[in-house]
Design a protein around this ligand. Structure first.
Ligand SMILES: Nc1ncnc2c1ncn2[C@@H]1O[C@H](COP(=O)(O)OP(=O)(O)OP(=O)(O)O)[C@@H](O)[C@H]1O
Length: 233
């Protein structure tokens, strides 16, 4: 059954007299617990799609259903709760607060949500328990990304939205991050959605959505995605 469903979604940006159709009447669906990758050239609408699904921006037309609830009908207060309780965000540049320890960064998110996954469990799930009292300046890029995944995980989100999560990392560290995300998706039944320029990542996804010029070019589902260890880049 579809867990995320876009029905005829269009997003138009206005800047001065110009209008830009970033998404043009798109339809697709992802299932609960899927590990999905969104690919497409620069400007094809990937971040716009993520922003709409994450409740950070509004669609111009169409419906976005999450667990059968139409989020395009939510008011600002409902969207705030949706972002807080349903969505975990992982970005390319981590967005970790520098004056808090790894643990404190994670625990702050935990306290804001009504989650069943404790900060301790989340930090253990990303293999960073031994570094929990370190400050961000004492951690590597891969470790910072693990903190940001634990911060998203401790909300026990229905959907994890990842915008180029390996973009700033070397390939080995990037693979480790993808492995954590893949394991998390399997263990917690989290729907993980990764936006990337790296087409190789598509091989480990069970669903691959390709965007082009704001339109869906293809949606390909695979019953046998590769394990992270099996891909080369
Ligand atoms: N806030 C905005 N105001 C005006 N135009 C915007 C805005 N955000 C995005 N756009 C335009 O919408 C189109 C889609 O942008 P989007 O960022 O979604 O693409 P993308 O596929 O994520 O690109 P990239 O891979 O370069 O990040 C582009 O033409 C972009 O310039």
């Amino acid at each position: 059954m579809s867990f995320v469903e876009f029905q005829g979604v269009t997003k138009i940006y206005k800047s001065g007299d110009a209008t830009i159709k970033a998404l043009d009447n798109i339809h697709f669906s992802f299932e609960k617990g899927s590990f999905a990758v969104i690919l497409g050239p620069s400007g094809s609408g990937k971040s716009t799609l993520l922003n709409l699904l994450g409740g950070m921006d509004f669609a111009s037309e169409g419906s976005i259903l999450v667990n059968e609830i139409n989020i395009t009908k939510m008011d600002k207060g409902q969207l705030t709760l949706y972002r807080r309780n349903d969505i975990g965000f992982v970005f390319q540049f981590y967005n970790i607060l520098p004056n808090l320890t790894a643990y404190e960064n994670i625990d702050m998110a935990y306290r804001l949500s009504k989650s069943s996954i404790s900060s301790e469990e989340a930090i253990e799930a990303v293999g960073l328990k031994h570094r929990m009292n370190n400050f961000p300046s004492q951690l590597s890029g891969g470790e910072l990304q693990r903190v940001s995944i634990a911060r998203a995980l401790c909300k026990n989100p229905n959907i994890m939205l990842c915008d180029e999560p390996t973009g700033a990392l070397d390939s080995e560290t990037g693979k480790m991050i993808l492995k954590i995300l893949q394991e998390m998706s399997a263990k917690y039944n989290t729907t993980v959605i990764i936006v990337t320029h790296n087409a190789v990542i598509a091989d480990i996804a069970d669903t691959v959505l390709r965007l082009k010029d704001g339109k869906v070019e293809s949606v390909v589902k695979s019953d046998n995605p590769l394990k992270v260890e099996e891909v080369e880049w």
